[in-house]
Each structure stands twice: as C-alpha cells, then as structure tokens.
Design a protein around this ligand. Structure first.
Ligand code: PLP
Length: 378
C-alpha cells in the first residue's frame, strides 16, 4: 500500500514513536503533578512541552496545554474566551472544527464574518483587515481564526500579517496549526499569536489522541472541563482574577511520550514531504485532463487535484482498488474553500505526504493518474 493521506493522519509513524509509546506504557505512570503545565519537571510530558515550545517558536513551554487533538483544542479555546469577545472573523479555508463550534455557539452564531480566499486558497491580508474593521464596527471585539496551512490546497497564510491586523482591531488571534505544526516553520512569539491549536497525529507524527493548544501569557480562559489536577486539591472554586487549570484529569502520558519522539523526528526532518508535493504538482500539471489546486510552490505537503470525467470519490476508489494508493476525496471537512478554488460541490482528490514518503510514491501516483486520465472508466 502507498499511503498518501498524511493530512488526515500520518502513517507510518517513525519507529522511535512506537518504541517511546510502548516504553511509556510498560513503565510506572509519570507522576501527574510533575507533568502539570505549571510545574515543569523532567518527565516526558514536561520535555514534550519544551520541545513543542521550541518547534512552535515560543519561549513559554508552560503556556502549552495537552488535550486529545486540534478539534478538542479549538473547542476549548473558542468556548473559553472572555465574554467581551463575542464575534468571529474566520477565513473561507477553515475546517469544520472551527466553523461548527462557532456556528453552534450561542455567543458567536450570527456574528461570524467569513473572509474569502483566492483560487489557490490564499487569504489576502488587506481583505482580512477589511473584514476585521467591519466586524469591529458592527459587533465590537472578537476572535479571528486562521487555518495556517490549508488542508485542501496546502496554501500557507501570512500568520504574522494576519495576527498584526487582528491586534490592530482589538481582536484575539487564534491560529489553527493542525496542518502546519511539524511541517511549516512557526514563530508564535514573533508573530504575536494569542492562541494556537495543534494536533499530534499529523505532521508531528505522533499517535492519534494527542495534541493541544497554546495560550499567551495574560490571556485568561474559562476551562470547559474541570476536575482533578493533582495540585491545590482542597480548592473548589477559582476567583475572577485566577486562571483555573486548563488541563484536568489524567493525561495521555504514553501518547505524549510517543508525541515527543514524533516532535524530535519532525525537528530533524523539516522538509516533511513538501518537496514531494511540489514534484507531484509539476508532474500532474503536465497531464492533459488533470487539474491541480493550490500554489505552485511554497505550500504545505498537500495537493488537491481532479481528473476530467471522474468524480473525486470514483477516482479515490480506483486509486485504492486498482493501484493500492490511499488518498482522501471530497470536501476534506473544509466546505467553504471549494467554490473559491473551483472544485465545488464535489471537492477534490487529495494527496498528502509526510517525511517518510519517497519519490517512488510520487512516481506511482503520477503513473496511476496518467492511466486514469486516458481511460476514466478504467
Ligand atoms: C485544518 C485542520 N484543523 C483541524 C483539524 C482537526 O484535527 P484533529 O484530527 O486533531 O481533531 C484538522 C484535521 O483534519 C485540520 O486539517
């Protein structure tokens, strides 16, 4: 099998990840209090926070919190914002894990502005700024959410410029780094990002069920989940000026040990499949009847395409069953981008790479698509 669905969940994992997770499961559990965000410590959880801070470009590892993944993180962040932030500006590239929490929220529903993207999935800072200005005038302060690297076209947004625009209009800036963490350089402190959501099981090459979020110092969130944290156990409530713990309950410490190994692998292999994506785009663009979507170069390790005469789902079925190649098809949980890129309403076929794919994988897909484009009914 040739696995090209790493934007959904990466496979295979580096052997170091399997070994680290198995070793953590075989060992006595890490002490909860030592791995609490506020406490530092030297166990795998504390070390993972430190290495993630390095990867994300922040000097504040204690402001990184673990949870089960980007969906969980985005819900915790959007649901825990201070009350005065009561509208949202998002982009047409967002994933449903942003669009649905906002659209189903009593606070944000009906107060969401969507900034269009171009036909490659890029959001232009001037359009973003204009939407922020209009939203601030109409509704007051809110939250701006940006998908850093499109899971459909691989387009990477100018996070520094968008964060700056949000700040200048009194908005909090939340970066969805589900696709970029581990694949695209991040500079949280330098860009002035208020919050970030990441996941462990994609480009960070860790196990499913790992991930988390960053909250900048001084921004107090309301936890959606309360429970034991291993500290201050006699205290039942938190005052208005106190930050209640943002990690509650027993953490997935074996998963986090695996994630730590994945983070190390990602730091040591920064290409993360991006050059394979560019090579694939070049090759597919030369095949008549095949259309690709997204920037020429400089994108994440994701490429969408369509083959004339075949629906995305039929193309995916043929790739899987005739060529043993796994891709993903359809809207990729990002329903708003497809009209802008010209792929609505059926979406695209998406190939996505990790640092463990090889040029031979690209050649196999190109050969299959070439054959399918000659006889779509294959
Ligand atoms: C852009 C984007 N945001 C969020 C998510 C959700 O990530 P998770 O699987 O960690 O919940 C995904 C996953 O596909 C994604 O591509």
């Amino acid at each position: 099998m040739i696995y090209l669905n790493n934007a959904a969940s990466s496979f295979p994992k580096p052997s170091e990840v399997l070994e680290a997770q198995a070793a953590a499961l075989a060992a006595a559990p890490e002490s909860q209090h030592r791995s609490n965000a506020a406490d530092g410590g030297t166990d795998a959880t504390a070390l993972c926070r430190e290495r993630l801070a390095f990867l994300l470009g922040t000097s504040r590892p204690e402001r990184i919190f673990f949870c089960s993944g980007a969906t969980h993180a985005l819900n915790l962040l959007l649901g825990g914002l201070p009350q005065q932030y009561s509208c949202a500006v998002v982009t047409a590239t967002e994933h449903n894990s942003v669009l649905r929490p906002l659209s189903n929220s009593p606070v944000f529903a009906g107060r969401i502005a969507i900034v269009p993207c171009d036909n490659a999935g890029r959001v232009h800072p001037a359009a973003f700024e204009e939407a922020l200005r209009a939203a601030a005038e109409r509704w007051g302060p809110g939250v701006a959410v940006v998908n850093h690297c499109s899971n459909v076209t691989g387009a990477i947004q100018d996070a520094a410029a968008l964060a700056q625009a949000a700040r200048s209009h009194g908005f909090l800036f939340l970066l969805d780094a589900a696709q970029s963490a581990g694949s695209v350089p991040l500079r949280l402190d330098g860009w002035g990002v208020d919050m970030l959501a990441f996941t462990g099981h994609k480009a960070l090459l860790g196990p499913a069920g790992t991930g988390g979020f960053f909250v900048r110092d001084g921004l107090r969130l309301r936890p959606l989940i309360y429970g034991g944290t291993g500290t201050d156990s006699d205290k039942l409530t938190y005052g208005p000026d106190e930050q209640a713990p943002l990690e509650a309950g027993t953490q997935n410490t074996p998963g986090i040990a695996g994630l730590l190994a994945g983070v190390e692998y990602a730091l040591a292999h920064p290409d993360a499949g991006k050059s394979l994506r560019d090579e694939l785009k070049k090759e597919l663009d030369s095949i008549p009847g095949v259309r690709t979507y997204g920037p020429e170069t400089g994108a994440g390790a994701v490429l969408s395409f369509n083959i004339d005469g075949l629906s995305p789902s039929d193309a995916g079925y043929i790739l899987r069953n005739e060529f043993d190649i796994v891709v993903r098809t359809g809207l990729h949980c990002s329903p708003l981008i497809h009209d802008a890129i010209g792929a609505g309403p059926r979406g695209t076929v998406r190939a996505s790479f990790s640092g463990l794919n090889t040029p031979a994988d690209v050649r196999a897909l190109v050969q299959a698509v070439r054959q399918m484009s000659k006889s779509p009914a294959l």
